[in-house]
Write a protein that binds this ligand. Structure first.
Ligand SMILES: [Ca+2]
Length: 432
């Protein structure tokens, strides 16, 4: 684009057109799957090498209080796509193939891909969808121009068969066999998309499978076959800790290639990368740092995730940010950056000015619900209800990030206020 612009006649119309075009940044959203809060070098991990993700953090903002909307896959993705609490859009839990073949994110929900497309963006998704199996829920029906990947929660990294024995590797709405390690294929197709759309503003969503089970490295054997339901979803490999590390490192290598491509095409300064995880790590293999519990839990380990924003020359390097953000905030932020109109009915709030000007976010309460477990957050207070009839537990995250000391008996007024707020929220977001 820049090279071409030099030779345009310098009329006002051309300049305006250029200014408008340059204002819209390319967007790359990279979502790791089940990556724990402590699974990256830049979040304190000494065993796993993630130089490229660490580089994003070094050259951008590392968030320390960013939260997945759900403690499992589908709910967080529904919130990302719609900018709303997932309960509102009918995806409070995981969408599985067997039970939910005809269930998915309703196509009448406006997704960020649809809104960004209206604002002139080319849209692509390469990797995991997990918002509906039937082709009527395919990403192509939800605002994406291009899609390659799988629609279930996880596939064999080599044979691309899901845990219920379905072949699950799609090019758009068509099943298409493709050889390769899922993480590498996701990288290859993402880079190909960037190269083809380098002169457009583009929105590229890269939902990686790594490090979700089955635990398989590049040289592992395929384990799943079409038509055979899997007994051990985690996979047969013996050295699971080593393979888990490798899975994250191969994803990091792919992210390095994406960064290199942006630099070579000279569009890095026109591109925002957001990196994050969709929920906490599984307590079996992941490192959730100092946080309590992991995937599936409404304690911090279930939903506080690593998150990084990178936009060289625009976002200041080497920042740490303690703002409380949630996955659903991404949709309005992207539309705001594209200078588009943010839909009025979103729950998420744009953090554009935080990214660009380090402005503070307005205070608000945050809420989680999953399988009858509830949590809410106000400032540093966190209230937890492990089941609807349980006594609420209260934690002060400023002094107790591990949620070890229930101080509810000391603060009955705060407990009752937050409890009421949580009930009101749940009534409001639950479809009538
Ligand atoms: Ca997940």
């Amino acid at each position: 684009m820049n090279k071409f612009v030099k030779y345009l006649p310098m009329g006002i119309i051309a300049l305006n057109a250029v200014a408008e075009k340059v204002q819209k940044p390319n967007i790359v959203i990279i979502m790791a799957d089940d990556l724990g809060y402590g699974d990256l070098g830049c979040y304190g991990n000494n065993a796993i090498n993630t130089p490229h993700i660490d580089q994003l953090a070094k050259e951008g903002i590392r968030f320390t209080d960013f939260h997945a909307n759900g403690p499992v896959c589908s709910p967080t993705r529904a919130a990302l796509l719609t900018g709303k609490y997932q309960q509102r859009v009918g995806i409070p839990g995981v969408v599985t193939a067997k039970k939910h073949r005809h269930h998915g994110l309703a196509t009448n929900e406006e997704t960020f891909a649809e809104t960004m497309r209206k604002n002139g963006y080319k849209t692509g998704i390469f990797g995991k969808w997990h918002l509906g199996y039937d082709t009527k829920f395919n990403p192509i029906e939800q605002g994406f121009d291009e899609y390659i990947g799988f629609v279930s929660g996880n596939v064999d990294y080599h044979s691309h068969v899901d845990q219920e024995g379905h072949e699950d590797w799609w090019h758009g709405k068509t099943l298409k066999k493709e050889d390769g390690y899922a993480t590498d294929l996701i990288t290859i197709h993402s880079i190909n998309f960037i190269k083809r759309h380098k002169d457009n503003p583009f929105l590229l969503y890269i939902p990686h499978e790594a490090p979700h089970y089955p635990l398989q490295g590049r040289t592992s054997k395929a384990e799943r076959q079409i038509g055979k339901k899997v007994k051990n979803v985690h996979g047969k490999t013996k050295n699971k800790a080593k393979v888990y590390r490798e899975m994250i490192e191969v994803m990091d290598e792919g992210i390095g290639k994406v960064i290199k491509t942006l630099r070579e095409l000279d569009i890095d300064k026109k591109t925002l990368i957001l990196f994050l995880s969709d929920n906490g790590g599984t307590t079996k293999y992941a490192d959730n740092g100092a946080l309590r519990d992991g995937k599936g839990s409404v304690f911090e380990g279930g939903h506080r995730v690593p998150a990084i924003a990178w936009w060289p020359g625009v976002i200041k390097a080497n920042q740490q940010n303690r703002s409380q953000l949630m996955t659903m905030d991404i949709f309005p932020t992207l539309v705001d950056l594209a200078d588009g109109e943010i839909p009025e009915n979103l729950d998420g709030i744009s953090f554009k000015n935080l990214l660009l000007k380090d402005e503070k976010m307005a205070e608000r309460d945050l809420f989680w619900e999953f399988k009858g477990k509830f949590a809410t957050r106000r400032g540093n207070w966190k209230l937890i209800l492990e089941s609807p009839n349980d006594k609420p537990q209260l934690f002060d995250l400023a002094n107790d990030i591990g949620e070890t000391k229930n101080i509810a008996p000391k603060h009955p007024e705060i407990v009752s206020e937050l409890h009421k707020k949580l009930e009101d929220w749940y009534t409001e977001v639950t479809p009538k």
